[in-house]
Structure formats: structure tokens, C-alpha cells
Design a protein around this ligand. Structure first.
Ligand code: HSX
Length: 209
């Protein structure tokens, strides 16, 4: 499934700040951290819960645990996803974290160069969350997913982003039909240089200069 949150006023307000060209790097990074945390909350809503008996200081009652919250691997696509990961790991505090570097070449080929890959072992019960703020042509995530899937067979693969272009979503679904996507919003289109419109510019540059 593809989930986007245009109906969430809180998320749309953060996105508005991220889109605004007058937002500087400090506020931009803070916005990405907040979005990461919110997306993680949304992902927990899709995880199974188990009832557990507990005792409050006053009486016996029943609580729940979200078991799969403990079985998470986060893959951070450098460099723009660093603040997004920081937000995700606040909710998935047990997560093992992998790092992948990816840079996209120029139009029309948009070739992806992956120079660094460090991925922890992936187990059958894991939810693998791949964080990358922008899903433009989808080429980066397709390549990252190809690579990450070599490290073991996970229970779920979930992409977390800020903005996606319809073209990118379609291409990822074709290449990796098992992948779920959580993005703040789906934007209109890509321009000839492969930038999302209206978008927010280059997330890495906006966050880190
Ligand atoms: C930007 O381009 C993002 O952070 C992604 O890593 C990448 C997305 O482009 P695409 O491969 O989806 O076209 O640097």
C-alpha cells in the first residue's frame, strides 16, 4: 500500500515549512525529524499488537505491546535521510541501522552510484524501513532495495519519505511489488531534471548546506 497524509493538518504544516524556500537548515532538519517520528507512529498502526497482563499500583489490568516495534532495521540513504532516521528511531528505539550512500547522475539516464553500503543482518521477523526524503524517479530506492534484499528476507519492506512523484511510486511498485510506502504527500510531477514539482528543492542541500 501507499500511504500519504494530506489529510493531516499537523503534517501539512510541517511540509509547508519544509517547502518554503525561506526556511533555513536548522528548521528544515527539525521538520524532517518531526516527520520521521510521525511516520513511525503511522507505521506502528499497521503492526500487530499483543495483549499483556500488567499490574498498576492499584490493580490488575491489561495492556498491549507492539512486538514488531522491536524488530526494525532502518536503512538511511545518505545524506538527506539522516534527520528522518533520527525521528524514526525515537519510536523504533531498538532499531538496527544501516547506511547506504547513493547519488543520482544527470538526466536522461539518472544513473545511481552507490559507493558505500553497510547493512546489518536482516532476519525473517524484521520490518525494514528505508528512509529517503525524496522519491523522484524512484531509481535510487529501486537500487537500494535491490541491494538491501541481499542481506536477508524481511517480513516487510517499508519506504518512508517526505515527497513522492507519481512516476517514482509507479516504478518502485513495478520493480518491488512487495514494498509499502509512507510519504507526507504525493506531488504533481517531475521536471526534466528529475526534480519533484512543486517539491521542496534538494533535501540534502536544504538540510546540510
Ligand atoms: C535525492 O535524490 C533524494 O534524497 C534521493 O536520494 C534521490 C531521489 O531521486 P530518484 O532516484 O527517486 O530520482 O537526492
Amino acid at each position: 500500500g501507499v500511504y500519504s497524509f494530506e489529510d493531516s493538518p499537523f503534517i501539512m504544516e510541517i511540509l509547508t515549512e519544509l517547502r518554503d524556500e525561506s526556511t533555513g537548515p536548522i528548521a528544515f532538519r527539525k521538520g524532517l525529524v518531526k516527520l520521521g517520528r510521525y511516520m513511525a507512529y503511522e507505521i506502528t498502526k499497521t503492526m500487530a499488537t499483543e495483549k499483556v497482563p500488567i499490574r498498576t499500583p492499584l490493580e490488575e489490568t491489561e495492556g498491549i505491546i507492539v512486538k514488531d516495534r522491536r524488530n526494525v532495521v532502518i536503512i538511511t540513504v545518505l545524506r538527506a535521510a539522516i534527520p528522518l532516521m533520527e525521528g524514526l528511531i525515537k519510536v523504533f528505539e531498538h532499531a538496527r541501522v544501516g547506511i547506504v550512500s547513493a547519488s543520482r547522475g544527470k538526466a536522461p539516464k539518472f544513473e545511481i552510484e552507490m559507493k558505500y553500503v553497510k547493512v546489518p543482518r536482516i532476519k525473517a521477523e524484521d520490518t525494514v524501513i528505508i528512509a529517503d526524503p525524496m522519491i523522484a524517479t524512484g531509481s535510487t530506492l529501486i537500487k537500494v532495495l535491490d541491494e538491501v534484499k541481499k542481506y536477508g528476507n524481511a517480513k516487510r519492506y517499508v519506504v518512508v519519505g517526505v515527497l513522492a512523484a507519481p512516476e517514482g511510486i509507479t516504478r518502485i511498485k513495478e520493480a518491488h511489488p512487495d514494498v509499502e510506502m509512507f510519504v507526507a504527500a504525493i506531488d504533481r510531477e517531475l521536471n526534466d531534471h528529475g526534480y519533484i514539482l512543486p517539491g521542496l528543492g534538494d533535501a540534502g542541500d536544504r538540510a546540510f548546506g
